[in-house]
Design a binder for this molecule. Structure first.
Ligand SMILES: NC(=O)c1ccc[n+]([C@@H]2O[C@H](COP(=O)([O-])OP(=O)(O)OC[C@H]3O[C@@H](n4cnc5c(N)ncnc54)[C@H](OP(=O)(O)O)[C@@H]3O)[C@@H](O)[C@H]2O)c1
Length: 275
């Protein structure tokens, strides 16, 4: 760690918390500064045994012990969880509040937790579960640079991080990176179907597709070329790839992506109204 470790409490010990805490510990974050709460004990026991963090079934106990509180319960439970914290936790306004719940806006947390909180919203995506996440982050104007650097480092443990300017941008990031794994799976499944339709069994077709997706992503990460130019680089004029690419371009793949992202942004905006 390059930033100073702080006492950090995770409310909810689900998949995301387990991955984030696992990433933090792997990156050298001291386990004895990490607190986790959850209603049922099994996940807590697992985290205590494997990651050696403090655990409790009492949210207020871990929140009171920490300087940073990460809200990691399902959005529909957030109002109740926050109401209990407001009643039972001293000096909430002195703690940094972080939420990873989708959809709920900072303004709403101010209603739940009081107007004086300082807060960061993080939108991780599912590949965080395998350490290859893409997390978007946005802070309110009370959050300082130390807070931002500290949280960046925590989420870097499960992948890449990208700060955005405001919550509207977070909705867009969510529509690209949050929903993106599903778009890629959809595309990968369609390539798999194309290969099976021509005689391959599903397992072999899947191997071809997933390894190719991984290779393409690794090449994109390693290269400074524009993605368009990378595509051109692997497309010889008059060759078989050019013929395949022509089919995608003929179906206006840019328009399909633009419409998909806009539809997901719209849904993110609608969901923000639900809470
Ligand atoms: N998974 C993703 O890819 C992803 C991506 C972006 C954002 N998120 C957000 O991250 C948050 C957590 O997601 P997840 O995938 O980790 O969900 P999850 O696996 O269902 O974990 C949620 C945890 O919250 C616990 N919980 C339930 N009621 C609670 C309470 N009153 N107090 C404290 N903990 C309570 C649950 O415990 P029990 O199981 O014992 O009931 C469960 O362990 C959600 O808000 C989700 O929107 C997730």
């Amino acid at each position: 760690m390059t930033t100073s470790p702080r006492k950090i409490a995770f409310i909810g010990a689900g998949n995301m918390t387990q991955s984030i805490v696992g990433g933090m510990v792997k990156s050298g974050y001291p386990s004895d500064l990490i607190y986790v709460s959850n209603p049922s004990p099994a996940k807590l026991e697992k985290m205590r045994d494997t990651l050696h963090v403090h655990t409790s079934q009492d949210n207020a106990e871990v929140a009171n012990a920490a300087d940073v509180i990460v809200l990691s319960v399902k959005p529909q439970l957030m109002a109740d969880v926050c109401a209990a914290l407001t009643e039972q936790v001293a000096n909430l306004s002195e703690k940094l509040i972080v939420t990873i719940a989708a959809g709920i806006r900072i303004e709403k947390y101010r209603q739940y937790l009081g107007n004086s909180i300082r807060m960061i919203r993080v939108m991780p995506n599912t590949p965080s579960l395998v350490g290859k996440g893409m997390s978007g982050l946005v802070a309110d104007d009370r959050v300082n640079d130390d807070d931002k650097a500290y949280i960046t480092e925590a989420f870097d443990g499960v992948g890449a991080t990208l700060w955005v300017a405001n919550e509207d941008e977070l909705d867009i990031l969510g529509a690209v990176a949050g929903s993106g794994p599903a778009y890629f799976f959809e595309f990968m499944a369609s390539l798999q179907k194309a290969a099976t339709a021509l005689g391959f069994d599903r397992e072999k077709a899947r191997l071809m597709v997933q390894q190719t997706a991984l290779g393409a992503a690794e090449m994109a990460i390693a290269s400074e070329l524009e993605l368009e130019d990378l595509r051109k680089q692997v497309t010889s004029k008059g060759g078989s790839t050019a013929k395949g690419v022509e089919v995608y371009q003929g179906a206006d793949i840019d328009d399909i992506s633009a419409r998909a992202v806009k539809a997901a942004v719209k849904r993110n905006q609608e969901m923000a109204e639900l809470f």
